[in-house]
Design a protein around this ligand. Structure first.
Ligand SMILES: *[C@@H]1O[C@H](CO)[C@@H](O)[C@H](O)[C@H]1NC(C)=O
Ligand SMILES: *[C@@H]1O[C@H](CO)[C@@H](O)[C@H](O)[C@H]1NC(C)=O
Ligand SMILES: [Ca+2]
Length: 337
């Protein structure tokens, strides 16, 4: 963790203690302000807050893609309609190596049991590429964090949805929707962020080559850790974005605000050129073998058919062999007698 927020905690503790002493009320510190408390403010060119400044559909430093719609109080990436995709992308690459992004979002819709597909936070080389991974392109270069609301049934995984997972890619791996990306994620957690009345937040901190995900989805104002993963290598100079997609199932996927904080480099930071890093991560998720998946029905049919063919074939060969053997026996008998 950055040293700065620790100081913030003690400030908050003192403040809370003071408030409790004075009024005995149950006022709670809102952890979302831990940076502002110590004078660290969001980087303007990488942030997005209400009221969204700009004329008509434009917001300075941000691009839109797909069905994205800007209102005065939220940015709707998809409406609660089938087969939509949308996204907002920061036009300015992030050149500082240590950062934290706080995303305020909302996922809700008419569906009681069935809804989808979800949204994604990106830190990638190629922004503005519409595609089939929650609205953005597959084989990405960088980091993808997926807020997956629909459990595709082919995935032999043990978690429930909604589920948040993280994937690092060097543009060689495909996100496998059928299995909810379980074979390519390096960390994740269950999170009940959908269909709630209060505000929902995701914090993504990339610091000292480690990635920490925290959520506040219960309206408490307090962060809960989703995961902390060390050995995560990401270059500087990539672009941040948030995208969403619906398919047969749908939901409203909204972005309310994005706040990006620049963090001081850790004391031990090396002087390497971080713009040259090729994304990689040490796998923190328990590995699930592909072998656990059942082959699709057609394979079973094929297997049965080939087995039958083999048995019939063996029977014919065996039969012919037996007949030949008999004949040979007969002829040898004839010869010797
Ligand atoms: C890209 O990632 C794959 C899979 O993790 C790995 O096998 C490969 O070595 C990586 N390529 C580079 C250039 O790092
Ligand atoms: C940075 O990470 C290294 C290796 O994981 C660790 O030893 C070091 O204490 C970390 N530094 C800070 C400031 O968190
Ligand atoms: Ca899914």
């Amino acid at each position: 963790m950055a040293q700065a927020p620790k100081q913030a905690h003690s400030t908050i503790v003192i403040t809370v203690a003071f408030v409790l002493l004075l009024g005995g009320s149950s006022v709670r510190a809102n952890q979302h302000n831990e940076y502002e408390e110590i004078g660290i403010y969001p980087q303007r060119e990488h942030s997005l807050t209400k009221p969204y400044q700009g004329s008509g559909m434009t917001i300075p430093n941000w691009d839109f893609i797909g069905n994205t719609m800007v209102t005065t109080s939220f940015i709707r990436l998809t409406t609660d309609t089938q087969s939509r995709l949308g996204g907002i992308w920061n036009k300015v690459p992030i050149y500082f190596p240590n950062w934290e992004v706080i995303l305020e979002f909302k996922v809700a819709g008419h569906g009681k049991e069935l809804f989808g597909d979800g949204m994604a936070f990106w830190y990638v080389k190629h922004p503005m590429q519409a595609g089939n991974v929650f609205g953005s392109a597959d084989y990405f270069f960088g980091l993808g964090i997926f807020l997956d609301t629909y459990a595709n049934q082919n995935g032999a995984h043990s978690h429930t949805h909604p589920y948040i997972s993280a994937m690092i890619n060097n543009a060689t791996i495909s996100y496998d929707h059928d299995r909810d990306g379980t074979h390519s994620e390096f960390a994740g957690c269950e999170s009940k962020f959908r269909g709630v009345d209060h505000d929902t937040y995701l914090s993504i901190r990339y610091y000292n080559d480690s990635l920490t995900l925290r959520t506040d989805v219960d309206g408490s104002g307090n962060w809960e850790q989703c995961f902390h993963a060390e050995g995560v290598r990401l270059p500087t100079g990539l672009y941040m974005g948030v995208t969403a997609a619906t398919g047969e199932l749908s939901d409203n996927h909204d972005v309310i605000s994005i706040k990006t904080y620049m963090l001081d480099a850790p004391y031990s930071a090396s002087r390497e050129d971080r713009s040259l890093i090729i994304p990689s991560a040490v796998d923190a998720a328990p590995h699930r073998d592909h072998a656990h998946d059942l082959p699709p029905p057609t394979s079973w049919l094929k297997f049965f058919f080939y087995s039958l063919l083999t048995i019939v074939g063996l029977a014919i060969v065996g039969g012919v062999g037996y007949v030949l053997y008999q004949k040979k026996q007969e002829s040898s008998r004839k010869r010797f007698y």
